[in-house]
Design a protein around this ligand. Sequence first.
Ligand code: PLP
Length: 379
Amino acid sequence: MKFNTKAIHGGQEPDLAYGSVMPPIYQTSTYAQTTPGEHKGYAYSRSHNPTRHALENSIASIENGHFGLAFGSGLAAIDAILKLLQPGDEVISTSDLYGGSYRLFTSIYKKFGIKFHFIGMQDSENIEAYINKKTKLIWVETPTNPMMNIIDIKACGFLAKKHNLLLAVDNTFATPYLQQPLDLGADIVMHSATKYLGGHSDVVLGALVVKDKELADKLYFIQNASGAICGPQDSFLVLRGIKTLHVRMQRHCENGRAVAEYLANHPKIEKVYWPGFENHPNHSVAKAQMKDYGGMISFSTKGNNFEEAIKIVENLNVFTLAESLGGVESLAGHPASMTHASIPKEDREKIGVLDSLIRLSVGIEDIDDLIADLNQAIN
Ligand SMILES: *Cc1c(COP(=O)(O)O)cnc(C)c1O
């Protein structure tokens, strides 16, 4: 099956009881047994739930994996991956990382004896320089947040195989519509389904997908033992979201391109960060591993003025000033005062998060309204 068909049908059969086309919301904690230990495959909803199961199969299908695992949030999914590690293990990760992942790594897992290297990952020789006998995991996020750098997943997969490491890719920004990391050599794909997979800003949920049975078993053990699962209602909402992922992504990409080009031609704009531009430093990698370039764009204004950036985001009307991304509605954020406010200005500017940087999650509204809104706010 091709992607657009898998988005709608992947891993889902009409319900066995009444033939309902959408998997029912099995809002139950437990299941009747005929004799102790004998049941229809479901004994307790932390371990298994039919609605969650349908979602896990759907996500596995669109990521070209064999096993899916759904969690209560994207961070709960990342947490499960880190629980594969032992004290003394080392992780190599990008310096330009989702803030919540950085916090989980440094505030929680560091104290359990895991060492993290935050490095520039655009150059695979630089990654290899940090690999030693203790390295167990390469953590990739691409495109990165908010600088929209692109990391070569295939090159990372090659390094992971060579040194016998796990490669995990946070595919939240790209979605499987744009890139499928398991096909490029990743062992684990992670999603904050809160964003594009859910797509309607109405649910928080996370997921992992793998191909390997042994790795899936280990992650399932952690999922069940730690218990950070998602509920059936939330599973249903993400299942419903995935059914329109391809159509939404197509429009996110079209609108993203138009907004990026508009900004690049605006005299007040200093720089636009969007991997679709030929002069983007990693454009050729983006072109090779992505189908299109998505709806996430960052830009900075000339003069790098903090107050001016605040004024722009305040004056937007169609774009909503909010955290998060990937919903049908357009959102704008100011990383220096929102997502990256806790990072000291010097460190923040080192990775490119300037005072004037604004991040857009371009939605699927009419493009004329989006550009008119940006135009009035910037002018
Ligand atoms: C939001 C996000 C996460 C965390 O997901 P939650 O669902 O908020 O826990 C992780 N990575 C990226 C890239 C994200 O955007």
